[in-house]
Design a protein around this ligand. Structure first.
Ligand SMILES: Cc1cc2nc3c(=O)[nH]c(=O)nc-3n(C[C@H](O)[C@H](O)[C@H](O)COP(=O)(O)OP(=O)(O)OC[C@H]3O[C@@H](n4cnc5c(N)ncnc54)[C@H](O)[C@@H]3O)c2cc1C
Length: 424
């Protein structure tokens, strides 16, 4: 006889949502968490502000996850961003989208989200046990039977793996779930750290440290990968680059790094201006300010330390008027300003990765229910699966939506009814 109807391993966004949904359906739920408290990563999201979802329609949302994105169709149909914000409203958290796109709790405090989820778990009588690291999944090759931790064995006919990925391991997710999934017969794809700062070969970046350059475009300068590009703000660091544009781009760069050793990039930091635009801009400024030096011209577009570095790269004397630069320096400076070369040589790995690229193969999971095709009674939700989205609330929305579906334990026909029940 089973002590619980469902055991959930991992109390992140996905696991907590799955537990709440299952408990609302009167299931007896055990939520096992290896850390001292639930939701450590959730609390750190959005720089502590928690960008929990965004306002995109499901089609656009899924497209941002790449080829695998369509797997999310049933989950998002069951639980989209409107359903998520309604869910939080019902448990006392108002949300808003100050820029019309990214959704945050009104308090701009991730703690608000976490404590509302914890209160709801308590209200529903979910048995939450911390300091319980799931170490084994017991099955007979067909059905799940129990879950082992270092100290105990817990029995249930349903187990949901919500152990997350491998990024920021100090926040709990260290990849345990992949081994558990493999032991259950699942395939885990190659795993890469994603959404993290990148190191560059160019050491001049250290002189521009902490400069934020708005609205840059980054592209990969490799013949076969010219289409890979990202837009957004870029920040220089002591050893390379970070910032929203880089975070999104990192997921594309890591597999290339492994393949090519280093990845050449081109970065436009001059609001999309090409060489002709730049030359015209310089002429206009020079007409107004006859005594302007080359650096004065560049400073109309970029911060001075960066301008100085780019002049040096192009062998242009920053103190000379642009018209008096040698021809080669002129053309090199325009080229450098239009597409500054940078070379990615590495990163800090999973330690600084907000997301894991790769995970349990989607081919082996039913998208309508999140149930394993390999083992009856086994479910997955959240980052453990082979899906990763960019910055902007994508990954939490996916974690909550897949948690919502997994919490139904295969009874997909009841989504609508249960959603109303959630709201009552
Ligand atoms: C710093 C940071 C900021 C982020 N900001 C945002 C943001 O603003 N918006 C957004 O959409 N996404 C953001 N993300 C990504 C997002 O947080 C994750 O994709 C999401 O939290 C994944 O949820 P999850 O429940 O699948 O996994 P996790 O939140 O990682 O939860 C997994 C849980 O399982 C536990 N666990 C692991 N192994 C075991 C085991 N063997 N036994 C028991 N428990 C176990 C872990 O301790 C953890 O509590 C951010 C990520 C980071 C690191």
């Amino acid at each position: 006889m089973s002590a619980y109807s469902v055991i959930i391993a991992g109390s992140g966004a996905a696991g907590m949502m799955a537990a709440i949904v299952a408990a609302r359906r009167c299931e007896k739920v055990l939520l096992l968490e290896k850390l001292a408290k639930p939701g450590a990563k959730l609390k750190a999201t959005g720089g502590g502000r928690c960008n929990l979802t965004n306002t995109l329609d499901n089609e656009t949302f899924m497209a941002r996850f790449g080829r695998e994105g369509r797997f999310m169709t049933p989950a998002l149909n069951a639980f989209d961003h409107d359903a998520l914000t309604a869910f939080f409203r019902d448990i006392g958290v108002e949300t808003h989208a100050p820029d019309g796109y990214r959704v945050f709790p009104l308090t701009h405090n991730a703690e608000t989200i976490l404590s509302a989820l914890e209160k709801e778990l308590e209200r529903l009588g979910v048995d939450v046990r911390c300091h319980q690291r799931v170490t084994g999944l017991v099955h007979d090759g067909q059905c799940v039977a129990s879950v082992e931790t270092a100290s105990e064995t817990f029995y249930a006919p349903h187990v949901i793996l919500a152990t997350g990925g491998m990024g920021y391991p100090q926040l709990g997710a260290e990849g345990d779930g992949y081994a558990l999934a493999e032991a259950a017969g699942h395939t885990v794809t190659d795993l890469y750290p994603a959404m993290m700062p990148l190191r560059t070969k160019e050491t001049w970046v250290q002189h521009c440290r902490a400069e934020t350059i708005p609205k840059v475009t980054i592209r990969v300068d490799l013949k076969k990968h010219k289409k890979l590009r990202a837009d957004g703000d870029l920040i220089f660091t002591k050893t390379g680059i970070r910032g929203p544009a880089v975070l999104d781009f990192a997921r594309e760069v890591t597999p290339l790094l492994e393949r090519y050793g280093e990845v050449p990039l081109r970065v436009n930091m001059t609001k999309g201006m090409n060489e002709d635009d730049l030359l015209n801009h310089f002429k206009t400024v020079q007409n107004d300010r006859r005594d302007a030096t080359t650096l004065d011209l560049v400073k109309t577009l970029l911060p001075e330390p960066l301008g100085l570095q780019l002049c040096t790269l192009a062998n242009a004397d920053p103190g000379l008027p642009f018209s008096r630069q040698p021809g080669q320096a002129k053309s090199d400076l325009l080229k450098t300003l239009a597409w500054t070369p940078l070379t990615v040589t590495g990163h800090d790995g999973f330690k600084m990765a907000m997301i894991t690229r790769g995970g349990v193969s989607l081919k082996e999971i039913r998208p309508e229910t999140m149930e394993s095709k390999k083992l009856e009674g086994l479910y997955f939700c959240g980052e453990i699966m082979n899906l990763d989205g960019p910055c902007g609330g994508y990954n939490l929305q996916w974690s909550f939506a897949s948690g919502f579906v997994a919490g139904h334990l295969g009874r997909k026909d009841n989504y609508k009814r249960d959603y109303s029940a959630c709201r009552s």
